[in-house]
Design a protein. Structure first.
Lengths: 273, 285
């Protein structure tokens, strides 16, 4: 027995250490790095090269530029929603969460560690996507502070909503192994219908109507308001970026995700309770 | 200081109307190695998981290190080490990294190198769980359970799948933890393991404690010896409470050598099999 004065590690030191664990696990996972981190960049390079329309509706906007905003939104959905939903449900299936629950780690420190990891990965991912947009598709970065404020809140609320739904979905999936197979088609369907792979206004109206219930449409639209010139605003579905609606829809999804996460999160497998 | 580590009375837990734990009573003293022994499905793991604070219960009082485990606090978790029944899964962290991160959650952790040495994983410190053998993974699990210097450690079927050599080494490790004053609650379905390690053994069958005794006390429950021999090409056997008198009689009836004469006393295993068979026999009657 050591006689050293026993001082419990602080909440912050545990949270920082937990963040390190989460980052190591993410960076060393080939699946996470390819299908979550680099996937949007690969798609951006590929689609930008294939669909080389230079002038959408006479607005002077190229498809590559339009696609950049969609890929930033998709990256946020990948890293917050898809990655967390899959990794947490696998961790639950394999008793990793149960092991964590058996330690003195406070649940808030566990979740904060996850959230900081998602935030760091997402910031780096979006920065690389924007850099690609600037160098490959001549995207002009906004110069006024107001647009960057818009970028910040769209990014933060969009990522928070994705993260909350990632955690919520992990509890709804019973089998960690099936998580990836189940979620990939859902994310793809959202991308096809939310104005990521195709220009939103070119989709049939009934698809547009369904897609606007979901957050990806609003996240992509918010990002277009940041990275596309004002001339494109008139080409949006309602002739406007609808930023207040972007804020409302993303916030509603965030709140719903938080409520479901809080009500459904479990450390143990279903059969273990 | 209270000298009771675990106190359970009238514990009931049902699944779908079936009682997995049926009015169980149990007291474990501080510093003892207590083995909960029983066949698969007897309620061992359910009981232990209730004590670990993972599962709720339907009825009964449970106190572990002074508090009800459903109210587990951070300071309680500091004092309780848990080795789950499932083996550590694949991970992207090496054994050393996993232990180092685990140690940072405790006020007064053991030294990571000391711990790696104690479980014999120093050579494998830079390996990930998927690169270790089953036995090595279990040793990593026990190291993780012990890194925070717990007062009470739960070992849930720790040596399933071990070869005899690895099991012996593991027993040595458990004995050294207990020598430090740590209370150990071990579940196992290996009788020799309980016999070797435990100060007391609780035998659980159909959710109830059917025996609670020292290994020696359990052995003494065996009454009757079996005398067997061969005669005219057939094996004869008698179970008797008075083997000496029986033998005297047998010897008097036979001149010369008696072929394959044997007197055997029931082993701990016979006592155990007898105990766990009883409830079913009663149910059948």
């Amino acid at each position: 027995m050591s006689t050293a004065a026993a001082q419990a590690p602080s909440w912050w030191s545990m949270t920082v250490d937990r963040t390190r664990v989460e980052l190591k696990e993410f960076l060393r996972s080939r699946e996470q790095m390819i299908f979550i981190f680099f996937f949007p960049m690969m798609l951006l390079a590929l689609f930008g090269a294939i669909f080389n329309t230079d002038d959408l509706y006479g607005t002077g906007v190229s498809f590559g530029q339009y696609f950049l905003a969609g890929m930033i939104a998709s990256g946020i959905l990948n890293t917050g929603f898809q990655s967390l939903a899959i990794s947490i449900s696998i961790d639950r299936s394999e008793d990793v969460l149960k092991r964590i629950h058996a330690t003195p780690l406070p649940p808030t420190a566990y979740f904060t560690g996850k959230i900081i990891q998602v935030l760091i990965v997402s910031i780096v991912q979006v920065a690389l996507l924007v850099a690609m947009g600037v160098f490959l598709f001549d995207v002009e970065l906004p110069t006024d502070a107001g647009t960057w404020v818009t970028f910040t809140w769209v990014f933060v609320i969009g990522l928070a909503a994705s993260t909350a739904w990632g955690i919520a979905t992990s509890s709804l999936l019973r089998n960690g192994k099936a998580a990836s197979a189940l979620l990939t088609p859902i994310v793809l369907a959202l991308q096809f219908t939310s104005g990521v792979f195709f220009v939103f206004t070119e989709l049939p109206v009934w698809i547009q109507n369904i897609a606007q219930i979901f957050p990806l449409k609003w996240l992509a639209q918010g990002m277009r308001s940041v990275f596309l010139p004002e001339s494109f605003e008139a080409a949006e579905a309602t002739g406007s970026w609808q930023l207040p609606m972007v804020a409302i829809m993303l916030s509603v999804w965030l709140v719903a995700g938080l409520i479901i996460s809080a009500k459904t999160f479990r450390w143990l497998r279903v059969e273990d309770r | 200081m209270n000298d009771v580590a675990v106190q359970v009375s009238g514990l009931i837990k049902s699944y779908g109307g079936v009682r997995a734990v049926d009015e169980l009573d149990l007291t474990i003293k501080r510093g003892e190695i207590f083995a909960l022994l029983g066949p698969n499905g007897a309620g061992k793991s359910t009981t232990v998981e209730i004590l670990e604070g993972f599962r709720g219960r339907d009825a009964g009082d449970v106190t572990v290190l002074g508090i009800d485990p459903v109210m587990a606090t951070r300071s309680w978790r500091e004092k309780v080490g848990v080795m789950l029944q499932s083996t550590s899964p694949r991970s992207f962290l090496t054994a050393r990294e996993a232990l180092t991160h685990a140690a940072r959650l405790y006020s007064n952790p053991r030294d990571v190198d000391d711990m790696l040495n104690a479980v014999g994983l120093m050579d494998k410190a830079e390996e990930k769980p998927q690169e270790l053998s089953g036995g090595q993974r279990r040793r990593l699990d026990v190291a993780t359970a012990l890194i925070g210097q717990p007062e009470l450690v739960f070992l849930d079927e720790p040596t399933t799948g071990f070869d005899p050599e690895a099991r012996r080494q593991f027993w040595g490790l458990v004995e050294s933890i207990a020598a430090d004053g740590t209370t150990v609650l071990l579940t196992t379905h290996y009788l020799d393991e309980a016999d070797h390690l435990a100060d007391r053994i609780g035998i659980i069958s159909a959710g109830q404690l059917v025996a609670l005794d020292t290994p020696e006390g359990l052995r003494q429950r065996a009454t009757g010896a079996r005398v067997s021999w061969r005669e005219a090409g057939a094996t004869h056997a008698e179970t008797t409470e008075t083997p000496t008198a029986f033998l005297r009689n047998l010897l008097a009836q036979h001149e010369g050598e008696i072929d394959r004469l044997e007197v055997t006393h029931p082993s701990l295993e016979d006592v155990y099999l007898d105990l766990i068979a009883t409830p079913e026999a009663e149910a059948d009657a």
